[in-house]
Design a protein around this ligand. Structure first.
Ligand code: C5P
Length: 237
């Protein structure tokens, strides 16, 4: 019997019979305001899982090491078990969301260079901002690990900007997580419209969770649109 080892807002994680392999189940639950608003959205889990699979496969093809092993159903995947670094790495190409509010800046303005921010993963503390010296002093990650992760995040950003450009989507910002695996740092967690801002290049419409955050209707058509464009680009049916 598989043991539930982590119950998240958007995913549950089970230990499989192989000690080094986890099974992730993507859930239909959507949350905003750090879990204070919660809704069940039929189909979301499967869409996010399929989108994340395509993105992780594309990154792996381009030399990025990830935890992804294979998908076992539309909303479940097998991944390598990592020791997760408790930091959320947020990369911004264009001003939006909390960055626009914090600095009173106009949403949609392209940043001169990509901005990388760190947040400490803690639901109880609402994921507070953390800086590098705090990360090192609190032993959340070493200097060498952060150097490696920064390199990877910037490379992933370049690869994803290129991919999304091909499907007429601007990659505004996104959040990634990394884990330790046999002495290496590998990409973990997911990449989906739940943790990225994806704007249609022509219309500037959001194709991401901002639709839910701003209560602008169902996210499903937008998530389906992202998945369909990715599938077409990758020649998947
Ligand atoms: O809200 P904010 O502008 O800081 O979000 C920046 C990016 O990080 C967005 O793409 C958002 O979806 C993602 N994010 C996330 N999980 C969080 C906070 C932000 O995926 N806890």
């Amino acid at each position: 019997m598989e043991q539930l080892i982590y119950e998240g807002k958007a995913k549950d994680v089970y230990q499989t019979s192989d000690n080094e392999v986890l099974r992730i189940v993507y859930k239909n639950q959507a949350t905003a305001l750090n879990g204070k608003r919660m809704e069940e959205i039929s189909g979301k889990g499967s869409l996010n899982c399929q989108i994340s699979n395509i993105i992780f496969a594309y990154l792996a093809e381009n030399g990025i090491k990830t935890h992804f092993i294979k998908n076992v159903s539309k909303d479940e995947q097998l991944v390598k078990k990592t020791n997760i670094i408790p930091i959320e790495f947020v990369l911004r190409n264009v001003i939006s969301g909390s960055f626009a509010r914090k600095f009173n800046q106009i949403e949609g303005t392209k940043l001169l260079s990509p901005v990388l921010e760190y947040y400490y993963k803690s639901d109880a503390l609402d994921d507070p901002v953390i800086n590098e010296s705090q990360i090192f002093a609190l032993k959340f990650a070493t200097e060498l690990e952060i150097i490696e992760i920064k390199k990877q995040v910037l490379l992933i950003n370049q690869l994803l900007v290129q991919l999304f450009k091909k499907i007429n989507i601007d990659l505004i910002d996104f959040k990634l997580e990394f884990g330790r695996y046999h002495g290496a740092i590998i990409l973990a967690d997911e990449f989906s419209p739940d943790n990225a801002r994806l704007w249609d290049t022509t219309t500037h419409d959001s194709l991401d969770k901002d639709i839910f955050r701003k209560e602008q209707g169902s996210i499903i058509p937008a998530y389906e649109e992202v998945l369909n464009r990715l599938k077409t680009e990758k020649g998947l049916t």
